[in-house]
Design a binder for this molecule. Sequence first.
Ligand code: PLP
Length: 389
Amino acid sequence: MQMKIADRLQHTEEYYFSKKLSQIAELNKSGIQVLNLGIGSPDLQPPAIVIDTLIEESKNPHNHAYQKYNGIPALRNAIATWYGKEYSVTLNPETEVLPLIGSKEGIMHICMTYLQPGDEALVPNPGYPSYLSAVRLSGATPVSYDLKEEDSWLPDLNELSKRDLSKVKIMWINYPHMPSGAKANRDFFKAIIAFAKENQILICHDNPYSFILNDEQISILSIPGSKEVAIELNSFSKTFNMAGWRIGMLVGAQERISEILRFKSNMDSGMFYPLQMAASKALSLDKDWYSELNKVYRQRREKVYELLNILNCTYDKNQVGMFVWAKIADKYEDAYVLTDEILDKSRVFITPGGIFGSQGRDHIRISLCAPESTFAEAINRITSSNLSS
Ligand SMILES: Cc1ncc(COP(=O)(O)O)c(C=O)c1O
């Protein structure tokens, strides 16, 4: 039988990494294993207390039922307390917190709640690809805004203000920014809140990297008056090495949370109780958790610098987050050419910046989610293969 896919999927292809991982699996079958420096899935373990809590809570025969759509009170309280402690943001755990099955699903829920054909949404170029696809799937039109190295990968709000923004309902932003690793300071967040108020746009801030190699954690909700025009996504995936657990959160004004819950509660159900209890434990960890994690990433990053030097790439050492973003040597037409050559000759997979948008075409992104020995092996392979650089 021939099935015609829905029009809404016409411009949405399979996720790049989903396709690339199949190609890597094929290559692996044919001989030398590919070293994957592409994807940002933490290889380090979640906190031991979190795993223990999951196991213990799973043994309780009363803990296997459906759960509330807006999460269990223990998790909502833990999120509100964590936001107070780490970001100096006051949240009402009853009304201003919504646990999610990963922040990626939150991106879709937000778009489906607010957008429809005829609406526009601003998405960063380069940026996390799900913003663009979720906007498209909602039927609205994505309007990209360029982020440039010379502007420290921050949006040019003066340029944006000159555009016709009458159809724009939401704007996606993400700082620390993936893939560039750029940070935004409080002045930037103040400026974007003013811009949002002026243009009546909801700012959706995606904030999963604030604890990775970053000294100052900033939530957009810490800016006075921000709850009127901004919401924030956060995640356990990177901060607590819990990517496969699928758990994240949305925080914001009561009205926004209940609007988004209208959509979400029709899509999925509350998460497994032991998982929510375990996640609550993660949020109660002290500073040592974050500093130990960052010690490992800091060492790995030194190896990545070494690898990038061999490839004649240039990069900013002030960047933060779980990746290193680097500009490739001029001789390559774009980063796809370089990363395909590296995969072909050295069996090392590095992400080409073009998958994050045209503004990333001359960059590559290397993930810190591999042990130092893998970076050492990648350096050996790249040094000994005959790359054209
Ligand atoms: C910028 C950004 N937002 C959201 C996500 C999704 O995170 P989660 O695992 O919480 O769905 C990622 C994952 O790589 C990301 O890089």
